[in-house]
Write a protein that binds this ligand. Sequence first.
Ligand SMILES: C[S@@+](CC[C@H](N)C(=O)[O-])C[C@H]1O[C@@H](n2cnc3c(N)ncnc32)[C@H](O)[C@@H]1O
Length: 295
Amino acid sequence: MTDPPLPTNNDDQLKLWNGVAGQAWVDEQALLDALFRPFEEALAAAARAASARRVLDVGCGTGATTLAIARAIDESAGPGGRCTGIDLSEPMTALARERARRDAVANAEFLCADAQAQAFEPATFDRVVSRFGVMFFADPVAAFANLRRAATDHAALHCIVWRSAAENPFMTTAERAVAPLLPSMPARRRDGPGQFAFAEPPRVQHILGAAGWHDVALQPLDVPCALDPAQLDRYLSRLGPVGVALAEADDATRDHLLQVLRTAFAPFRHGDQTRFTAACWSVTARADAISTAPA
Ligand SMILES: C[S@@+](CC[C@H](N)C(=O)[O-])C[C@H]1O[C@@H](n2cnc3c(N)ncnc32)[C@H](O)[C@@H]1O
C-alpha cells in the first residue's frame, strides 16, 4: 500500500490542535507539565545561564516553558527580559494567557499563530526555544528560515525533540495494541510532520543548515517519567493518536480498548506506577549572520 501524500500546508495541524488534541492538552495540562517539567527546567536554566533577553518559545502550547523562561530571565537579568510563546492552538494559548495572568508573570506574552508563516519583526529574539513544538511543520526548512529571520545574528536555538519511536516504546505501545481494533487510525510516518519528525540527526542537521542555522549539535537527553494508575488511564484515553481516535468511540468501545491498553502497558508497570524514559534530543544551534552593514 502506498503512503498518502505528505501535507503541503499546516491545515491538518491547525485542525488537530484546535480540536481534539488541543482540548486534551488543555484538560491534561497539569499532568503533562508534571511529566515533562525536567525539559522545561533545562530550557529555562540554559536561557538564564546565557543571559537571554528576548526569547521565543515555538509551539508553546499551554505555556509552561514560556512562563518558566519569563521568570528565569526576569530574575537573572532584571526588567526588560521577555518571553513570547507562539502556538497555532486557540484553546492552548488561551489557557497560557490565563496562567500568565493568574500567576502575574508580566513578561510572558502569547501569540496564537502559525510559527512557519508568522511575519515576526525581523531580528527580534536572541534565543529561540521549544519543548516538543517544532516537529509539526509541513515545510520545516521554511519554518526554521522564518524563525531565523525573527532571530538576531548569532542568536541561540535550543529545542527539545523526541528521538526515534524505537527508543520511545512507551509512546507507540498504545497504537500497536489497538491498531487491529481501530483500522481507520492513520499510521505514523517517519518522513512527515509528527512526534518523531526530528528523530534522525542527519535530517535535523539538513533542515537547520538549509534554514540558516549553524553549529547544529544534538545531545541525548533521557528523562525518567512516572504515572499513577489514574494518570495512565487519562493519558491513554486522551493523548496521542489513540487518544484522538478514542474521542470518537462510543463508551463501550472506549472501555474495551482501555482494558486492552492497560494489558499492553503491563511491561512498564513497577508496583503502582507506570514508568518510562522519555528519550529525547537537546538540539542547539546558532543563527548565521545575515545582517550586513549599510553601504
Ligand atoms: C506536543 S505539543 C507541545 C506543547 C508545549 N510546547 C508543551 O511542551 O507543553 C505541540 C505544540 O505545537 C503546536 N504547533 C504545531 N504546529 C505549529 C505551528 N505551525 N506553529 C505554531 N505552533 C504549532 C501545537 O499547537 C502544540 O501546542
